[in-house]
Design a protein around this ligand. Structure first.
Ligand SMILES: Cc1ncc(COP(=O)(O)O)c(C=O)c1O
Length: 369
């Protein structure tokens, strides 16, 4: 038996006629770049989140860069972000001209530890980028309180957390701006790259839209970049969006079964969800000291797992210049060698889930012998 990490083909088959019709319509209309499908998606996504503006762009990485440029990041500005994320979160700080300042994570939720942020603030600090990692919101109340106290902006990197909620409020609505990725494997994924910036700030939205489209259509009020959403991607996202709540529920059902049956297995630590948050399980990440052995065992059994992410960001060669040592980020450092992402996707069958659980249990039994 084989269990993939995600099954995008099964999702396509479940919506095949609608997706095929949407693609044909875009082609028939030659609505390839921006156009009515993109306008419709921007409106629908802003409405789903409850924000005023959605500025679509080419991907979630550009979205971070565009948001930072819109907030006026300039050379020498310091931006504080989490030590454990996908590199888009930090590389865009540098691209925008800023300096990356990493902060360790909270041991229970994998998200930035707000208790450590203030010690990182200097006179050069301009903003904070929390990441709602794996689909669980970062602890937004203390983060926003720190931002208000020190007059900093906040960009929520929400690439992995479409519609997750913190104290009942949807992520993407706390900071000055938030960014999303619609990379194919995300909870809401296109059939190629796509992303957006969302905000309630009229000026920021207008500036971001102009910047992402060569500094404005017709009149170039500035030099910008070319970061646009394709009509095909938007049309596909429009078909998929109404299904997002059901897909998240299906992910939660898988997570509940994993939680129940893996909680007591060997030294496995299942993901903790803080009581005031809801998790959309983009990824289901367990921790164990036996990570590499378990991964090998699951691979041998035909089960695909992933490491998200095998190194905390400060320990990649890309950041060697910062000269960090493990003691600077003890939680992220300890997690990097213990984390393992198990398969989770809406179309995952009960048999698939049972097979993964059975194989995790089998290794634990072997280890006890
Ligand atoms: C946390 C995080 N931020 C940013 C991104 C960047 O998104 P994209 O791949 O659409 O550029 C991703 C996507 O992988 C991500 O997981």
């Amino acid at each position: 038996m084989n269990v993939p990490f995600v099954d995008l083909h099964a999702q396509y088959l479940s919506l095949k006629s609608e997706i095929d019709a949407a693609i044909s319509e875009v082609i028939a209309q030659s609505a390839f770049i921006r156009g009515p499908h993109v306008d419709r998606f921007e409106e629908a996504w802003a409405k789903t989140l409850g924000v005023k503006h959605c500025v679509s762009c080419a991907n979630g990485t550009d979205a971070l860069y565009i948001a930072m440029r819109a907030l006026g990041v300039k050379p020498g500005d310091e931006v504080i972000t989490t030590a454990h994320s996908w590199i888009s979160t930090s590389e865009t700080i540098t691209q925008a001209g800023g300096r990356v300042v990493f902060c360790d994570t909270d041991n229970e939720t994998f998200t930035i530890d707000p208790a450590l942020i203030e010690a990182k603030i200097t006179s050069a600090t301009v903003g904070i980028i929390p990441v709602h990692l794996y689909g669980q919101p970062a602890d937004m109340d203390p983060i926003m309180a720190i931002a208000r106290k020190h007059n900093l902006w906040v960009i929520e990197d929400s690439a992995q957390a479409h519609t997750a909620r913190y104290k009942g409020q949807t992520v993407g609505t706390f900071g000055n701006a938030a960014t999303f990725s619609f990379y194919p494997g995300k909870n809401l994924g296109a059939y190629g790259d796509a992303g957006c910036v969302v905000t309630n700030d009229d000026h920021l939205a207008e500036w971001a839209a102009a910047f992402a489209r060569h500094g404005g259509k017709g009149e170039h009020v500035m030099e910008g970049i070319c970061s646009r959403m394709d009509g095909l991607q938007a049309a596909i996202l429009n078909v998929k969006l109404p299904h997002l709540p059901a897909w998240i529920e299906a992910r939660r059902r898988v997570a509940v079964r994993y939680d129940e049956l893996l909680r007591e297995v060997g030294d496995v630590v299942t993901p903790k969800v803080a009581p005031d948050r809801n998790h959309v399980y983009h990824l289901y990440v367990i921790r164990t000291q036996e990570r590499d052995a378990l991964r090998q065992h699951l691979t041998n059994a035909g089960i695909v797992t992933v490491l998200n992410y095998p190194k905390a960001l400060p320990f990649y060669p890309a950041y060697a210049n910062l000269g960090h040592v493990p003691e600077d980020f003890p939680v992220a450092y300890s997690n990097q060698s213990r984390i393992l992402s198990l398969p989770i996707y809406p179309a995952m069958s009960d048999e698939d889930v049972a097979y993964v659980i059975e194989n995790v249990l089998a290794l634990a039994r072997e280890n006890r012998r």
